[in-house]
Structure formats: structure tokens, C-alpha cells
Ligand binder design. Sequence first.
Ligand SMILES: [Zn+2]
Length: 100
Amino acid sequence: MLYDAIEILLPDLCSALECTSTEVKPDSLGFLWCEDCSERRYLMEWGKRYGWPALSFGEYALAEGIEMYGTTSLLGDDDRICAMLAAMEEWERTNLEEVA
Ligand SMILES: [Zn+2]
């Protein structure tokens, strides 16, 4: 499903479904993001860095795997993206601080 979505993306148009900005830069996976959609870019870069872990925050949940991250960052609404940013912080607190 994610790959179908990628194929219909227009070149030089932000990858977020509801965004029509053409001022975009690619992320390390090949998605294009504008400045306003930098949280979506961050979600993908973060997922890649930590191996696409499952996340949850409040009523929102994200199953593990690149396809779930892609679907969320391309199609998710802003409330969901915000919840995932909070979930990522929580995940970092739980999973990274013990290493230090
Ligand atoms: Zn955008």
C-alpha cells in the first residue's frame, strides 16, 4: 500500500497527502517534505534510525515496520503526527537513557 502511494506522488510536490507545497527537500528514504511538514520528515528519519519500533500515545498507536511509518507520515492527520512525536520522546526515555 505504501509503495502504491509512492508511485502516485508527483515529483517536486510534498509527500504529505494534503500538502501542495513544491518547496521540498528529499529525506534519506526518498520522500519529499516541505518546511511545514518537517515533523513528518522527522518521523521517517527517526523510524529509520531506531528500526521502526511500535509506538503508542493516548488513543493513537503505530505498529512496527516501515510501511506503518510511511502510511502515517504520508496520510496521517496532524493530531496523529503530534501524538507520535510525543510517543517517540517517551520511547527514547524508556529505551535510550538506560544505556548512558
Ligand atoms: Zn508539506
